[in-house]
Design a protein around this ligand. Structure first.
Ligand code: ITT
Length: 211
């Protein structure tokens, strides 16, 4: 199976390639090998936006597409920046400016609970769709720390850690992240779709149904 990664975000592509590296029988194309148009993210939820991206890129390319929408939800900010995470401080996307705005909004706020959410969608050219979600809970740091990862990683301390995601190695982030969790579930679907495999995950046995 050839699968197109339906994202233009370099940080996501870097992580997805590692997370998906142990899937024999599936080869991956990125935007670099098979370019596609930008998709307007007009949905109110991560799931709606992930579906919009997967459907549009699949329709444009005729390829199976794995797209995702992800972001940060901060409890004290009523779930913001949420689906606006990438462009929280305006266009063009600027991670340092987003982090500065988040810190400003969180100045003096004692409740620093937050979570990362990732909704992955696999869309096949015949119209089948699979949706899988991953969550990572944690808290917002008082100042940016670390150089790794991307986006809000320098400000996000996962539960059970005293370091930000940007201070963890890629391998450590990939063991716990919202993206890793969504992709682990999607890998079960992919494995079941490959010839010669049972299709229980794709059929939805064990609560992992198609959408
Ligand atoms: P595509 O739509 O092309 O995939 P995008 O960057 O626009 O790229 P999203 O709309 O899903 O993707 O926005 C994701 C944003 O959420 C991203 O820009 C970061 O600000 C934040 N984010 C998501 N996952 C993250 C992670 O693992 N670490 C840090 N920030 C993350």
């Amino acid at each position: 199976m050839i699968l197109l990664l339906g994202t233009k975000n370099a940080g996501k592509i870097r992580e997805l390639k590692v997370l998906l590296s142990d899937l024999p029988g599936v080869s991956f194309l990125t935007f670099n090998e098979r370019p596609f148009s930008d998709v307007e993210e007009t949905g109110d939820t991560f799931e709606e936006n992930a579906l919009l991206k997967a459907r549009a890129i699949c329709a444009e390319t005729g390829l199976p597409v794995l797209a995702e929408d992800s972001g940060l939800e901060v409890v004290a900010l009523g779930g913001a920046p949420g689906v606006y995470s990438a462009r929280y401080s305006g266009e063009p996307v600027d991670y340092a400016r987003n982090n500065a705005l988040l810190l400003k909004k969180m100045a003096g706020v004692a409740d620093r609970r937050a979570r990362f959410v990732d909704v992955a969608v696999l869309r096949l050219p015949d119209g089948r769709e699979y949706v899988r979600k991953g969550i990572l809970t944690g808290r917002i740091a008082l100042a940016p720390q670390g150089e790794g990862g991307f986006g809000y990683d320098p400000l996000f301390i996962p539960d059970g850690y005293d370091k930000t995601l940007a201070e963890l190695s890629t391998a450590e982030k990939n063991r716990i992240s919202h993206r890793a969790r969504a992709i682990a579930a999607m890998k079960e679907v992919l494995r079941s779709l490959l010839p010669g495999e049972g299709s229980s995950a794709a059929r939805g046995e064990g609560g992992a149904g198609p959408r």
